[in-house]
Design a protein around this ligand. Structure first.
Ligand code: ADQ
Length: 743
């Protein structure tokens, strides 16, 4: 405000100086004009009188005549008085208005005019008025015989000049007031206020406050400048916000576990609620028909277990194969359904495949070809050209559906899951180059030698390299993938940075060990008193010690080896006969695939064989339950088991191991874990075994049952800390952050 006042004062002073200067000049001109006018008039008047009296002045006898002429003349306008002098400088006639002061001055002027023989004039100022003295020499022949002095009132000149000054100063005052007011308004509204607003907003931005996005009102010609400054301020604010968020997240990372709400906050703040589309073969909710009634099932799948909490946190759309018997009738006309059914948080978009496509793409190519190819379990992969055709066809269908679901968003984040959809990254990328695509490979990646078995290997890895990010569970799987690409395709591989550049497109290869939603907060089930005896009784178990196995019925999970190790355990430690039982919970899996049908039979036979060998009365060493269980049922079993056995022959990660740890809020129980499961790289504290070494596993069971309570608790405490720290929300955060930073 001070600057406005100073600016206005300076401008007012300049205007005043200019006006005063011009007024002075005008006054001078007017003064000159009026004085010459007075001089001219005086000359005319004096000439008239001079003609009448000039010849009479030298004769003293004519004094009376001269006096008469003077008296007559005195009546003229503005004439104050007239005096006529003889050449002895003596007044011979004078009008009545000539007082003492006037006579004295008139005398001087008259003498001058006679001495110099020319018209002489002078102004004098009396207290009442201004007087103009005009003296004209009088001649007779060539000699000066006297002087005629005319005195006029010249006050009108001063009056006129004063009124000029007065009116000009009044005008100046009005001008300065109006100009100052206008200036104050203009400066205040057009400059000062907008400047103050922008200064405030820049200051707020620099202090981390929020930027006002609204355009600054009445900014006039400064609007473009301000909108630019606003943009800069907004960028500054965004940079500060993400820096402070990053700092907070970094701080929180050390301080507290990742949770659903923290992930949501991250997505909201950093990804700015970008559209997230998950894509997988398996759907998270399957509608089936049981006894004519529709029911919903969450399939037994590690991928679903891991991704479901992420989608609940992110929202968005999950595109999956609608494989349930009642899927079509529960979805809307666009094949969409909000899920979870009881509390919807995201959209499930189902796609419909023909029976031939399902057989060729899913049962054959994925489950008989890629699954055994990637798991080193000595099962021969089968590749048929017709299945490959279906695989490509279905990958096209998935990609098309993803593009439909982007809803015009040019830079969606697309999270592709698993080996069923290896070709989709390239197809989607070629049609929507702005999409940020990640594919996560949930199963192991074998070494290059093994992968070279696949006749379609080049097309598969080329398809995957359309992604910006390829994730595996372990660094070993990343290394194997990089080796495979190096061997099979023309590309630029940078082992140091873990990137592959092919046809100008760069793909990052990174390990992200997947996890579960454990946050350390007690589950609702924890507060329920768990009646161990009742639960076991419901499975027909009366043993003191219980080992638990939970798996999809899959030949990679090492079930035969697990059963054999129980057999061995009861042989080496016969004291556990009648007091130890393995409760094996297996959900039917890929039941249309021949190898799985054979394997189910084999497992059941093996269970029977061992049970036959040891069973006594109502006790049997192995209780095999072949059905899907709810999450709650599994959690109760995890809580009462003495040992959880994970004996996979090869496994990407294995989430059962992590679910068991998460359920044990009593810090009890022991975990036996195969060294061929990805989880073994993280959970080194538990009892790690080689599932092919049956005796080693048998001893591990014994060791687990006999370990001191203190040791068990100590180990479980450490394991729980690890899972809590690296749960599925942290996994998603790291995965999404990696995708987000891709330019
Ligand atoms: P899966 O081989 O399906 O997944 P896994 O990690 O063992 O593997 O998870 C299985 C899931 O199914 C668990 O959540 C478990 O609770 C559930 N489940 C098992 N039996 C069940 C039953 N009878 N009833 C109900 N649910 C049951 C693939 C890879 C893994 C990887 C995951 C995640 O093979 O190595 O860990 O993806 O990436």
């Amino acid at each position: 405000m001070r600057q406005i006042v100073t600016t206005v004062l300076v401008i007012a002073a300049i205007v005043s100086l200019v006006v005063v200067g011009f007024t002075y000049e005008q006054v001078q001109k007017e003064k000159n004009r009026l004085e010459s006018d007075l001089q001219y008039r005086s000359t005319l008047l004096a000439e008239t009188l001079k003609e009448s009296i000039e010849i009479y002045v030298s004769n003293p006898d004519n004094k009376t005549y001269v006096q008469g002429m003077v008296d007559r003349f005195n009546e003229k306008k503005r004439v104050e008085g007239v005096t006529v002098y003889d050449n002895k400088e003596m007044p011979i006639a004078s009008s009545s208005g000539m007082d003492k002061i006037s006579l004295q001055t008139a005398n001087e002027v008259a003498i001058n005019s006679m001495d110099e023989d020319k018209i002489t004039s002078n102004y004098i100022q009396t207290p009442e008025k201004s007087l103009f003295f005009f003296a004209q020499p009088l001649r007779e022949k060539d000699s000066v015989v006297g002087s005629l002095v005319l005195v006029q009132n010249a006050s009108f000149i001063n009056d006129r000049l004063q009124s000029l000054w007065y009116s000009n100063l009044i005008r100046l005052t009005i001008q300065v007031t109006v100009i100052s007011a206008a200036l104050i308004l203009i400066l205040n509204y057009l400059i000062y206020r907008p400047l103050r607003a922008i200064t405030e907003s820049v200051r707020e931005a620099s202090l981390g406050g929020s930027i006002n996005n609204k355009p600054i009102k009445n900014a006039g010609f400064l609007t473009p400048l301000f909108s630019e400054i606003q943009k800069v301020s907004q960028s500054l604010q965004i940079a500060q916000e993400s820096a402070s968020l990053e700092a907070r997240l970094r701080h929180e990372k050390e301080e507290s576990p990742w949770t659903e709400s923290r992930l949501k906050e991250y997505i909201k703040n950093v990804l700015h609620e970008k559209k997230i589309i998950a894509v997988s073969n398996r759907e998270p909710y399957e509608h089936t028909r049981v006894n004519g009634k529709i029911s919903v099932v969450v399939p037994a799948s590690g991928m679903v277990t891991a991704l479901e909490p992420v989608m609940q946190a992110c929202g968005g759309t999950w595109v999956a194969n609608g494989s349930g018997l009642a899927d079509q009738e529960t979805a809307d006309e666009h094949s969409r359904i909000p899920v979870p059914p009881d509390n919807p948080k995201y959209t499930l978009r189902r796609i419909w495949l023909t029976r031939e496509q399902n057989v060729g793409y899913y049962q054959h190519f994925s489950n008989e070809g890629l699954w055994p190819l990637c798991h080193l379990v000595h099962t021969r992969p089968i590749f048929r050209p017709n299945d490959w055709r279906h695989y490509r066809e279905v990958n096209e269908i998935f990609s098309k559906t993803v593009l439909e679901e982007t809803n015009g968003e040019r830079r969606p984040i697309v999270l592709i899951q698993d080996f069923h959809l290896a070709l989709t990254p390239n197809i989607i990328k070629s049609q929507l180059s702005g999409a940020k695509i990640g594919i996560f490979w949930h199963i192991p990646w074998p070494n290059a030698e093994v992968f070279s078995i696949c006749p379609y290997r080049k097309e598969l890895i080329d398809g995957m390299l359309g992604a910006d990010l390829i994730g595996f569970h372990t660094q070993q799987h990343c290394n194997n993938f990089i080796d495979t690409v190096n061997r099979e395709l023309e590309s630029l591989v940078d082992i140091e940075t873990g990137t592959i550049t092919r046809k100008g497109h760069k793909t990052r290869i990174r390990p992200f060990p997947i996890s579960i939603s454990f946050t350390g907060t007690p589950s609702a089930l924890q507060t329920d008193p768990i009646d161990r005896v009742d639960i076991l009784k419901s499975y027909g178990i009366h043993s003191q010690y219980v080992a638990l196995g939970v798996d999809r019925l899959d030949y990679t999970k090492g079930l035969i080896e697990r059963i054999k190790s129980v057999d061995q355990f009861l042989t080496i430690y016969p004291q556990y006969q009648e007091s130890f039982t393995l409760l094996q919970i297996s959900s039917p899996s890929r039941t249309d695939v021949k190898k799985y049908q054979e394997f189910t039979t084999e497992v059941k036979q093996k269970v029977e064989e061992v049970n036959k060998k040891y069973a006594k009365g109502s006790w049997k060493p192995i209780v095999f339950v072949y059905r899907h269980h709810s999450h709650e049922e599994l959690t109760r079993l995890y809580k009462i088991a003495d040992v959880c056995m994970v004996t996979s022959l090869h496994d990407g990660m294995n989430l059962v191991a992590k679910e068991f740890i998460s359920a044990r809020d009593d810090e009890g129980g022991s975990l036996i874990l195969s060294k061929f499961a990805g989880a073994a790289k993280q959970l080194e504290e538990c009892c790690i075994i080689n599932p092919y070494d049956i005796e080693e596993t048998a001893h591990a069971i014994h060791k687990s049952l006999t370990a001191s309570q203190y040791k068990k608790q100590h180990i479980m405490h450490k394991l729980r800390e690890k899972i809590q720290k690296y749960n599925i929300y942290r996994w998603s955060y790291e995965y999404l952050k990696e995708i987000y930073t891709i330019t």
